[in-house]
Design a protein around this ligand. Sequence first.
Ligand code: TRH
Length: 399
Amino acid sequence: MRSDFAAALRCDIFCNVIDNYGDIGVCWRLARQLANEHGLSVRLWVEDLASFAKLCPDADATLDSQHRRGVEVCAWRTEFPDVQPASIVIEAFACKLPGSYIEAMAEQEQQPAWINLEYLSAEDWVHGCHGLPSPHPRLPLTKYFFFPGFTRQTGGLLLERDLLARRDAFLNDGAAQEGFWKSLGLGMPAADILKISLFAYENAALPGLFDAWASGTQAILCLVPEGRILPQLGLYFGAAAPRAGNEYARGNLRVRVLPFVAQEDYDMLLWACDLNFVRGEDSCVRAQWAGKPFVWQIYPQHDDVHWQKLQAFLDLYNAPRLSAGEDARAVLAQQGLWREWNQEGGAGATWPAFAAALDELKHRAQDWARLLAENNLALNLLDFCQKVGRIRALKIEGQ
Ligand code: TRH
């Protein structure tokens, strides 16, 4: 339901696509949520519309402006048009706003709520930085840092209002599941087949892991969305250029290459599988909402700072288990495979212990998703904009 006031409230989100799909993935998700769940009038400025079109296949990458799922998606070109700034301005991942737009923000009667939406991290320092102001050196404007995160001292995570209900409905609906597998060109896998989705960067650990799966006693169906891992998959199976629809088998392992689907449809793959390999930021969060065990390939950064990020997440994720004095075997099994996968090492050797811990890891994943759901980023963001006093009282849906 739109409140009359919120209908008048405008939000501009700026996204500069650095690499891959994570930046645009987060912005597109947030834009849709603000528009469709909170009734804001949202413009999403994207400088790489081709990447956007991968997530939203009905988009036209040549258009200056188009309306998709309730959001106006605009091409962000070097020559920036003379537009009136919105009341909420979100600069995603410290992308640099156009100079003319910043000047126009300063000329507004009421200063817009200017938010720098940061990358996700479970590290402790985020608590001290979330919400910090950064006054503009020259203009009467203040930008605020807004950090997504896993604890109450952060901005929380993006979660659509109906996501968990849709997930549960899917998991309780055999016909819906059958329809999903059919849409992939597959029959419903037998109950004793372990279904694994694998969305990954290039990873030298792949052949070892495939070997472990192929030679194991458990039948495995591995679903690989088109992307950066495909050349290695091709090498493993001796196939020239694997494409969506291709299928390969060795021993107890069957691999199917999937098309890269619209962002809304990717969730179903995560729900339908027993284990999900994910990467970067957004797919990692979606895997957590799926409530299934997952393996995270973190986005590699300079100076190996991503290792601290990975360890911080593992510590937070496992802390309640360990402090409850539970058997640490599942935790160790999880850490073993995550580390080897991320350092492109002997992931295959860690597989048997991980596989043995799958049931316990599933319970942990379900508890974790329930815990996280209490901290909703879109709600927190709107609340924050209201608190920093730049916009009039908002009727925030869901509060
Ligand atoms: O693409 P990524 O590797 O993005 C990364 C990270 O976000 C990283 O933090 C950032 O700094 C770097 O890019 C530049 O992984 P991520 O974040 O999971 O984004 C993938 C998006 O693609 C996500 O929104 C889910 C979506 N997706 C689909 O829409 N369809 C698909 O079939 C698949 C597999 C993914």
